[in-house]
Design a protein around this ligand. Structure first.
Ligand SMILES: [Zn+2]
Length: 253
C-alpha cells in the first residue's frame, strides 16, 4: 500500500511516542458573535472527542444569545477569549487589514480592548480567559505592553517567519500554527493531504515540549474543513504522543 500524508503524520507521531515525547495540541476558533448551526456543528465535532476549544469572540455585537449557547457547552469544553472589539479594519486601502494598529490614537484602541474584556468577563465569568486574539492576527508592537494594565494576561496570533519580535514582550503570545482555511482561494477548506504534510513537518522539527495550535473559523467550514478536523481529532485523541490541552491552562496562574 502506498504511503499517504496521513500515514506519514501518524508515523511521525509514532516516532515521538517511541522517544517518550508528547505534542500538546490546542484549538482556537475565531469570529463568534452569535449562535449558529455552524458553530454548534463545530463544537459538537470537537466535543465528540472531548477536545476543549477556545472561541475568539468579537465583543461589540455579541450578547446573551451566544452566552447562553456557550454556557450550555460548559467551561471545560469551551473557553472564550477577546477578538479585538468590532473586527473593523482601520488600515488604509492597500495595506493589510488591521483593527489593532496605530491608525487611531492608542488610548482609543486600548479603551475598546478594555471594554471588550470587561464585557466578555461579565457575560462569561471564569469561562472567559484574559487573552487577546487580534483580528487578522495582527497587532502593533506598541500596543502589547499596555495590555497588562487593562487586564490581559496573554495574546494569541498566528506563528510566521516574522513572529520573532513577540518574544521581547513580557506578555506571552500563544501562537496558532496551522490554519485549515485557504483564504486566498475563496475561504475554502485546505486539502487534508497538505494539512497533514504541514503537521508532519511541525512535529518532526519540534523539540521535547512542543505545542501546536490549530486555527479554525467555524463560519466558513465546508465539508473538507469539517472532514479534516474530524480525522485529526480521531487520530490525535487515540495516540499516545498527543494531548489536547484546555486553553485556560495557557494562562499562567
Ligand atoms: Zn477574526
Amino acid at each position: 500500500m502506498p504511503t499517504t500524508p496521513e500515514k506519514r503524520f501518524i508515523e511521525a507521531l509514532d516516532t515521538k511516542a517511541g522517544a517518550g515525547r508528547r505534542i500538546r495540541f490546542w484549538l482556537r476558533d475565531d469570529d463568534a458573535v452569535e449562535p449558529s448551526d455552524k458553530l454548534t456543528r463545530f463544537l459538537d465535532g470537537a466535543g465528540q472527542h472531548a477536545i476543549p476549544a477556545l472561541l475568539a469572540v468579537i465583543p461589540q455585537e455579541t450578547g446573551e444569545a451566544l452566552q447562553s449557547c456557550l454556557t450550555s457547552f460548559g467551561a471545560d469544553r469551551v473557553r472564550v477569549a477577546v477578538h479585538g472589539w468590532s473586527h473593523q479594519n482601520h488600515a488604509a486601502p492597500g495595506e493589510k487589514k488591521q483593527e489593532l494598529g496605530l491608525h487611531r490614537p492608542m488610548k482609543t484602541v486600548l479603551a475598546e480592548l478594555e471594554a471588550g474584556l470587561n464585557k466578555l468577563a461579565c457575560l462569561y465569568g471564569e469561562q472567559c480567559i484574559p487573552m487577546l486574539v487580534p483580528p487578522w492576527n495582527r497587532i502593533d508592537a506598541a500596543l502589547v505592553d499596555p495590555l497588562s494594565a487593562i487586564g490581559y494576561r496573554a495574546l494569541s496570533t498566528f506563528h510566521d517567519k516574522k513572529s520573532g519580535w513577540k518574544a521581547s514582550h513580557a506578555l506571552p503570545f500563544h501562537e496558532t500554527h496551522v490554519d485549515i482555511i485557504n483564504w486566498k482561494a475563496g475561504s475554502i477548506g485546505r486539502p487534508s493531504d497538505a494539512l497533514f504534510n504541514e503537521m508532519t513537518g511541525l512535529i518532526q522539527s519540534s523539540g521535547s515540549d512542543e505545542v501546536i495550535g490549530i486555527l479554525t473559523h467555524h463560519l466558513v467550514h465546508d465539508d473538507q474543513a469539517t472532514g479534516f478536523l474530524s480525522r485529526l481529532f480521531e487520530i490525535t485523541t487515540s495516540h499516545a504522543a498527543c494531548h489536547w490541552i484546555d486553553p485556560a491552562t495557557l494562562i499562567k496562574s
